[in-house]
Design a protein around this ligand. Structure first.
Ligand SMILES: NC(=O)c1ccc[n+]([C@@H]2O[C@H](COP(=O)([O-])OP(=O)(O)OC[C@H]3O[C@@H](n4cnc5c(N)ncnc54)[C@H](OP(=O)(O)O)[C@@H]3O)[C@@H](O)[C@H]2O)c1
Length: 243
């Protein structure tokens, strides 16, 4: 399989590359940090059918699209590149807000604008979005991040409805906390925090099973679902007690 992974220089993306590295797979790893990508390529080179790196900033849309065009079609695209603002609770600047949306939401469309016609032509293709459980429950300090992932859920759903008839599978992954550079920044207690390799094993299993949506860990997802059922005033009290 030919697999494109964005945000492959650290965290989930790096581990996805490790776990997908096999003689059957052609990997394409995309991120900005060239040194990290080259290091990962050296590590995985012998295990893979092929492994290419694409150094790109996903917010430089024109350049990004040129690079995606040069790759051509793939079997799976894992839209994993993402940023958070940390959980400071401060008022983000408009530039921080915009950059977060460019990375977490718009870059995915920039990539799919190129790949969707190719997937339609081949009548196949898996699109994997890496959303978050934060898309289902908003803490005041993560409002921008949560809103971006909620936008991603809506976008993923629309793409799924629209292109089902073309044999295109859309898999939306909603992880809880998993160890990575992104979560290393968090200074609060992260419930049900998973090791990177375990989190990624679960993601790969969900992709294989072509789950439409996969939210995990289950216990965390159930707690969030329960909190969302509560009357607003009660939920607000709980949220404010967690701050
Ligand atoms: N870890 C968790 O608990 C968790 C939970 C739910 C969802 N997620 C989601 O999982 C995804 C991966 O996050 P992670 O936890 O693995 O964080 P991470 O270790 O910080 O990795 C983020 C990746 O995104 C890439 N990236 C960021 N901005 C980019 C840009 N402008 N252009 C190109 N690549 C860019 C980074 O590469 P460069 O810096 O080299 O460009 C890096 O490879 C994100 O979408 C995140 O929202 C994570």
């Amino acid at each position: 399989m030919k697999i494109l992974i964005t945000g492959a220089s650290s965290g989930l993306g790096e581990e996805l590359a490790r776990q997908y590295a096999s003689a059957d797979n052609e990997l394409i790893l995309l991120a900005r940090r060239e040194d990290k990508l080259f290091k990962l390529r050296s590590e995985l080179f012998e295990k893979c059918k092929s492994i290419d790196i694409v150094v790109a900033d996903v917010t430089a849309f024109d350049e990004l699209q040129k690079k995606i065009k040069s790759i051509g079609s793939v079997d799976i695209v894992i839209l994993n590149a993402g940023v958070s603002l940390g959980h400071s609770g401060d008022i983000p600047t408009i530039d921080e807000f915009k950059n977060l949306y460019d990375v977490n939401v718009l870059s995915n469309h920039a990539i799919l604008e190129i790949l969707l016609p190719l997937f339609k032509k081949q009548q196949s293709g898996k699109i994997v979005f890496i959303s978050s459980l934060a898309s289902l429950f908003t803490m005041p300090s993560s409002k921008v991040y949560s809103s971006s992932k909620r936008a991603l859920n809506a976008y993923a759903e629309g793409i799924r409805y629209k292109y089902k008839k073309d044999g295109i599978k859309v898999i939306n992954i909603l992880p809880g906390f998993i160890k990575s550079e992104l979560t290393d920044k968090n200074e609060f207690n992260m419930p049900f925090l998973l090791e990177t390799d375990e989190g990624v094993q679960r993601i790969i299993k969900a992709i294989k099973k072509e789950k439409r949506t996969y939210a995990f860990p289950l216990r965390f997802y159930l707690i969030i679902s329960f909190l969302n059922l509560l009357p607003y005033f009660l939920r607000e009290k709980i949220v404010n007690s967690l701050k």
